[in-house]
Design a protein around this ligand. Structure first.
Ligand SMILES: Cc1ncc(C[n+]2csc(CCOP(=O)(O)OP(=O)(O)O)c2C)c(N)n1
Ligand SMILES: [Mg+2]
Length: 893
């Protein structure tokens, strides 16, 4: 009898104390598989495991399977393609991709480019393009294919073969400024008919792909588009998987059973600097991560040349060696040669040396990796598309710099290799049989067989069978008819005595849009677990929270009017505490016009700082993609979001949003302004199809909302309008933005009552938009010095007014400072530089020196500087309002 502790120990160590008994068990299993099939075998194993666990056997959890292909040779689906032709086509594509990069670098090393990434992934793409990636056509809505950024040269090389790009264009790789050049990486902004997904900021491709797949289910469940047979294919690097964004949403994909999603990870074992996991195994690590998250994992480790060896490996010694060797070693074998591999890999065990004794070093060198074997890759893709109930990840083992030989194959430095000398080019040509002579090779001519050649006929036929060419970005979704501004009547009329916030006003407008017969269906409200914060819980019952399984429980608040209703056709995307995911949903909805021929109108409202600051790079990618929609900074402002403090109060989003060229930002003070802005945004994006999106800050401070001032619409949209004009010329001009406008209004009263100084008041809805307009005018004037010079809108507003100009906002001073170059006279800005902190709005505004008293003091100081008021008046104000001149500077406090 074996002691219990010994037993557990033995299980953990997998030591075989009785090989004969082991053999009997294994034979029994084999017999079951042969006679009754794999399902029965699976059942028996499960029963055995359960029995063992219940008897107290501690079976350690392992999410890993053996380091071999998930699909054994006997169950591989065979490709119907012509392998020989495909190999030739792929070889030419490989050559042209290299020629593109090397030739660009001969023009100037500034151009850069990558060879090694595509060299390792050519087969992975090719099998997809020849057999799996559907382009949109009458029968199929099209697959979404996210290409790994650094493999772009290979995609251009294929498009050249397909006749979609000219040789002249290939020669202009990374030379975009003169027009007709090719982008370094996938950038829809720069190649709007070609690229669909900006993926080169590592990690964003994987997370965006997950949410695109989920959004396809949403569109389907809501019966807006039939996305049934469509897949999202996302290609990524193994090094890229270290980005938190790459893996951050994989459990959602597992939980939501996104069987329309396929990740293909190019496991070339290397990243930029060196090995991804030199002393470990990236494929095994990713397998465990993704299996744990509920994914179907297909490992494509070994190519067909290994199959006979693995078949002979009845004792499992080859497998043991495969499992022992770490990635750094595998990389090294391919950086060296067959003799090295024989000695260091097989040589560890005499039995393995014996196993390969009949093979030459060249044969050993030819033992290929799964990701370079089109048959293995085809089988994996076929299994992935057929799999239901889970997303699939394909882990394909490849060689970085495949085919580059001494120029980079498996070398640590290969990622940045963009040169190849004549000998290296010849070696590559010979290896892939490219019909280019020695005499021509140094010129690196592109190679394209004649149109009627079997290669090109085949290539084009394959794409025709799959519905057309990819990537192709579409822009033909029908535009929408936006209702009249009166749809927001309640906001335009003002709130009378009722005090409400602009956030509340926004929610009301959102409800009005949701109710609209034409637009309502296309509105996508997105919240990251903050709906109650913004007062949106009323929408739950009415429009439902999207849930792919509906609501499988009775909600606690079922008896209430505004209960928490989840529904398979729910309209609201409640993403949980997950701004990155919510932003990806916003991108998916905002790009539906190009991916699903449907204009969707997403409104993503986030909590103050957790937008631009938190997920700024995703917003940048959204801009590249020309996603349309509204981002709302809820409960915004450094002093308006009282209480919450340093890691909440946002005083910089308007600075950050101004850095994105096609982001139109506004910081309105009043509900009526907000209504005009949202309405115009709907018009510009969805009726006119402009390539812009909106960022609007809305606040949680309650006050009475005025009615829309007459003739103010143009100014609201341009960025400023005069809210109050004095009968005679005023002494000062006060500009206010957001809720700080109300301090400015109060300051104007103080100036009159305490100092007999009159002020005009301007509401500034967007310093950023004002600046853009001014810069454009200034640029035009510089380039047309003889023409009648244009004046900026800011200048036009202020030139015929009087007195110094003071501006205040709830954002950093640099936000208001943006328009200084257009200001005709003395200009002082107040803003909220420094760390926020928790207190009341009144205290915070005093602390940051943006309250009414500081506005008054600043106005008096400016008047004193202009010689219009004695300096003593400034001192008088400082003491009257009890301001300590030695108080700490909020910027550093
Ligand atoms: C967010 C981000 N950080 C860094 C880079 C720079 N970069 C580009 S490619 C690369 C290495 C990529 O390695 P891997 O993902 O394994 O792809 P491979 O080229 O090996 O296929 C790095 C660090 C980037 N593009 N994006
Ligand atoms: Mg890699």
């Amino acid at each position: 009898m074996v002691a219990k502790s010994d037993f557990v120990h033995r299980v953990v160590n997998h030591a075989d104390v009785d090989p004969e008994e082991t053999g009997e068990w294994l034979d029994a299993l084999e017999a079951v598989i042969e006679t009754e099939g794999i399902e029965r075998a699976h059942y028996l194993i499960q029963r055995l495991l359960n029995k063992a666990r219940r008897s107290g056997v501690n079976i350690p959890y392992s999410a890993n399977t053996a380091y071999i292909n998930t699909i054994p040779p006997q169950t591989q689906t065979k490709s119907p393609g012509d392998a020989g032709l495909e190999h030739r086509i792929r070889s030419y594509i490989r050559w042209n991709a290299i020629a593109m990069v090397v030739r660009a670098n001969r023009i100037s090393p500034e151009y850069g480019g990558h060879i090694a990434s595509f060299a390792s992934s050519a087969t992975l793409y090719d099998v997809g393009f020849n057999h799996f990636f559907h382009a949109p056509n009458k029968e199929h809505g099209g697959d979404l294919v996210l290409i790994q950024g650094h493999s772009a040269p290979g995609i251009y090389a294929r498009a050249f073969m397909e006749g979609r790009l000219t040789e002249d264009q290939l020669l202009k790789f990374r030379q975009e400024v003169g027009g007709n050049g090719l982008s370094s990486y996938p950038h829809p902004w720069l190649m709007p008919n070609f690229w669909q997904f900006p993926t080169v900021s590592m990690g964003l491709g994987p997370i965006m792909a997950i949410y695109q797949a989920r959004f396809m289910k949403y569109l389907h469940d809501r019966k807006i588009a039939n996305t049934d047979r469509r897949k999202v294919w996302a290609f990524m690097g193994d090094g890229e998987m270290d980005e938190p964004e790459s893996k951050g949403a994989i459990s959602m994909a597992g939980r939501e059973k996104l069987d329309n999603l396929i990740f293909v990870v190019n496991c070339n074992l290397q990243r930029l600097d060196g090995p991804v996991r030199g002393s470990g195994k990236i494929i095994q690590e990713l397998e465990a991560d993704f299996r744990g998250a509920g994914w179907n994992v297909i490992k494509v480790v070994w190519g067909s040349y290994w199959d006979p060896l693995l078949a002979k490996d009845t004792q499992g010694l080859l497998l043991k060696r495969m499992e022992e060797a770490v990635d750094g070693e595998f990389q090294n074998y391919k950086a060296k040669d067959g003799a090295y591999t024989r000695k260091h890999f097989f040589g560890k065990y005499p039995e393995l040396l014996e196993m390969v004794a009949h093979m030459s070093d060249q044969d050993i060198w030819r033992l290929n990796r799964g990701g370079h074997d089109p048959h293995k890759v085809y089988a994996a893709y076929a299994a992935a598309v057929a799999h239901t109930g889970q997303p699939t990840i394909i882990l394909a083992k490849t060689i970085k710099g495949y085919g580059m030989g001494s120029a980079g194959e498996g070398l640590n430095s290969t990622h940045q290799q963009k040169k190849m000398d004549v000998e290296e080019l010849k070696a590559f040509r010979n290896r892939f049989n490219i019909p280019i002579s020695d005499a021509d090779i140094d010129e690196l001519p592109f190679y394209k067989p004649p149109d009627e050649s079997p290669e090109l006929v085949y290539l084009n036929q394959r794409r025709k069978a799959l519905g057309g060419y990819l990537p192709t970005r579409r822009m033909d979704a029908p535009l929408l008819q936006i209702p009249d501004l009166s749809v927001f009547d309640s906001a335009l009329k003002g709130s009378g005595n009722r005090e409400i916030s602009t956030t509340m006003a926004f929610v009301r407008m959102l409800s009005e849009l949701l109710r609209d017969k034409k637009l309502g269906n296309y509105i996508v409200p997105i919240v990251p677990d903050e709906a109650r914060t913004f007062g949106m819980e009323g929408l739950f019952r009415q429009y439902g929270i999207y849930s792919s399984v509906g609501q499988l429980y009775e909600p606690e608040d079922a008896g209430q009017i505004m209960y928490y209703r989840e529904d398979k056709s729910g309209q609201i995307l409640e993403e949980g505490i997950n701004e990155a995911g919510a932003l990806c949903s916003w991108i998916a909805a905002g790009s539906a016009f190009s991916n699903h021929d449907t204009q969707m109108i997403p409104f993503f409202i986030f909590y103050s700082m957790f937008g631009f600051q938190r997920v700024g790079d995703l917003i940048w990618a959204a801009a590249d993609m020309q996603a349309r929609g509204f981002l709302l900074g809820g409960t915004a402002g450094r002093t308006t979001l009282a209480g919450e403090g340093l890691q909440h109060q946002d005083g910089q989003s308007h600075l950050l949003s101004s850095t994105i060229p096609n982001c139109v930002s506004y910081d309105p003070a009043f509900a009526c302004e907000l209504a005009v802005i949202i309405h115009d945004g709907l018009r510009r994006m969805y009726q006119e199809g402009e390539r812009i999106f909106y960022y609007i800050s809305v606040m949680n401070e309650n006050y009475s909302q005025p009615a829309l001032p007459p003739k103010s619409e143009r100014g609201i949209l341009k960025g400023m309008y005069r809210l109050k004009k004095n009968k005679k010329k005023a002494d000062v001009q006060l500009l206010g933005s957001g809720t700080i406008l109300r301090e400015v209004i109060a300051a104007a009263e103080l100036l009159t009552t305490d100092f007999n100084i009159s002020a005009d008041i301007w509401s500034v809805t967007s310093f950023s938009e004002l600046r853009r307009e001014g810069m454009e005018k200034e640029r035009w004037n510089t380039l047309h010095p003889n023409a009648k010079q244009k004046t900026s809108y800011v200048h036009q507003c202020l030139i015929n007014t009087n007195g110094p100009i003071i501006a205040a906002s709830d954002y950093m001073k640099i936000v208001a400072d943006q328009i200084r170059f257009m200001i005709p006279r003395t200009y002082t800005v107040l803003g909220t530089d420094g760390f926020g902190r928790s207190d009341s709005r009144k205290e915070l505004r005093r602390f940051f020196e943006v309250d009414r008293y500081f506005v008054v003091v600043s106005a008096l100081k400016a008047l004193a500087d202009d010689g219009k008021t004695p300096v003593a008046t400034v001192n008088e104000a400082i003491s009257r309002y009890k301001i300590d001149p030695e108080r700490p500077n909020p910027e550093t406090a």
